[in-house]
Design a protein around this ligand. Structure first.
Ligand SMILES: O=C(CO)[C@H](O)[C@H](O)COP(=O)(O)O
Length: 223
């Protein structure tokens, strides 16, 4: 499966958002990653529909929306209308996860579920066949620039076992503390979608960093 590099807009320079969107358009990145935080599910507030519409106006690549919010069902249709291509909700935020996944699919988007570092992969067993993407959080959600949690590798193994013979085309995404130092190891472990905020936007040359990430994943042995 193709490796997907998804720079996280959370770490962009909002005073120069159009410039940063253009940089991603011109780079080897595959998706835009759009982190929505509500100050309730996570202890931080990021952005919502106005910024989503601004990104959509200029982005030439798919927008991958990660909802770190409570009651995501209320907002799925509006994010889809605003231009989301995939929508990921948190397992921990959904009382009726199966219903939420169906809502995302009915909106025309790819459906993803994210797991916090403490949430075991096995809890997705009964919905795994319905999913397009599982996001394994490799930091506690809420902030960019945190340290990668090593137990993520064990969770990737658990997820690979869970999808075997059931949903082998599933996109395995990781998010948090991803950079040039660990992207090859993650690709070799079976990850095919990499979210990176700080590593891209704090680099001297973000375009070159994205290209380096891409070539490191492409030289891994898992494709
Ligand atoms: O979802 C997120 C935070 O909840 C961010 O996408 C994630 O932390 C990426 O940031 P970085 O690459 O800087 O660690």
């Amino acid at each position: 499966m193709k490796h997907i590099i998804a720079p996280s807009i959370l770490s962009a320079d909002f005073g120069n958002l159009q410039r940063d969107i253009e940089m991603i358009n011109q780079s080897e990145a595959d998706w835009f990653h759009f982190d929505v935080m509500d100050g309730v599910f996570v202890p931080n507030i990021s952005f919502g529909f106005p910024i989503m519409k601004a990104v959509k106006k200029h982005a030439t690549k798919p927008i991958d929306v990660h909802l770190m919010i409570v009651e995501p069902d209320k907002y799925i249709e509006e994010f889809a209308d605003a231009g989301a291509d995939s929508i990921t909700v948190h397992y921990e935020a959904c009382t009726h996860l199966h219903r939420t996944i169906q809502l995302i699919k009915a909106s025309g988007c790819k459906a993803g579920v994210a797991l916090n570092p403490h949430t075991p992969v096995i809890l997705l067993q009964d919905v795994i066949a319905d999913l397009d993407l599982v996001l394994i959080m490799s930091v506690n959600p809420g902030f960019g620039g945190q340290i990668f949690i090593q137990n993520t590798y064990k969770k990737i193994e658990d997820l690979k076992r869970l999808i075997q013979g059931v949903n082998e085309d599933l996109i395995i995404q990781v998010d948090g503390g991803i950079g040039l130092q660990n992207i090859t190891k993650l690709a070799n472990a079976g990850v095919n979608s990499f979210v990176a905020g700080n590593a891209v936007f704090s680099a001297d040359n973000p375009t070159e960093t994205i290209a380096d990430m891409k070539s490191l994943t492409n030289s891994s042995f898992s494709i």
